[in-house]
Design a protein around this ligand. Structure first.
Ligand code: PXP
Length: 242
């Protein structure tokens, strides 16, 4: 399974003081050096962590693919078409949320999304939709012409963290069903949100269906204690079954 390292929360620490350190650009380069397959970052509308300049520099300096998470708005589309990341992942966004709470309601905005994603495809930018592990949303994602879905693992992760293992297992089965359907519909399948060094092990059972995980908070949290390079390397070792 490939690892996309989400470096948002390096920028969160910097923005806590509106200063210049730690640099998410440096973190992206270290993650790449440590073996990350992709750099993922979320440019939120409120710019609470990643800034436009971070995105520009990362796209310029990093050689592994760059995956830009963004809300499907006009402003974000303009930025993305200018910077040209390798992939955009469309996510729902609410200003008051602490982090992305649910998946995108693709089924409820088919017409809008079908139109919205055309410009990316014409510019050679892959389009992934962040959705709940729900067959309706997966079907709608294929309908609107997305290249991929990223399945929301937050529900599974929360249940696992609360040691509600039977319910976590249920959620894992929903993720498996959604991943299988996505594959059958010709979509690439990624997953992420809330994954940690511990709970990620359940997801690894689906490695024949899910080709990539995007993990941020847990890696950055551990990097404060153990260093960024080690935090990335250890997650990679788990993903590779080491
Ligand atoms: N994938 C998507 C679509 C996300 O929005 C996020 C959070 O920005 C992540 C993955 C990473 O989640 P976490 O920081 O909980 O690992």
């Amino acid at each position: 399974m490939r690892l996309g390292v989400n470096i948002d929360h390096v920028a969160t620490v910097r923005q806590a003081r509106r200063t210049f350190e730690p640099s998410p650009v440096l973190a992206a380069l270290i993650a790449q050096q440590a073996g990350a397959d992709q750099i993922t970052l979320h440019l939120r509308e409120d710019k609470r962590h990643i800034q436009d300049r971070d995105l520009e520099l990362i796209k310029e300096l990093v050689i592994v693919p760059v995956n830009l998470e963004m809300a499907p708005t006009t402003e974000m589309k303009e930025i993305a078409l200018r910077v040209k990341p390798d992939r955009v992942t469309l996510v729902p966004e609410r200003r008051e949320e602490i982090t992305t709470e649910g998946g995108l309601d693709v089924a409820g905005m088919r017409e809008f999304l079908g139109d919205y994603i055309k410009d990316f495809k014409e510019n050679g930018i892959e389009v992934s939709l962040f959705v709940d592990p729900d067959v309706r949303q997966v079907e709608a994602s294929a309908d609107v012409g997305a290249d991929a879905v990223e399945l929301h693992t937050g529900g599974y992760a929360n249940l696992w963290n609360e040691h509600r293992f039977d319910e976590a297992e249920e959620e894992l089965r929903r993720i498996e069903e959604a991943a299988r359907l996505a594959r059958d519909l010709g979509l690439k399948v990624y997953a992420g949100h809330g994954l940690t060094y511990q709970n990620v092990k359940g997801i690894l059972r689906l490695r024949n269906l899910i080709e990539e995980l995007n993990i941020g908070h847990s890696i950055v949290a551990n990097s404060v204690i153990f260093g960024f390079e080690r935090a990335v390397r250890e997650m990679i070792a788990i993903l590779k079954g080491g």
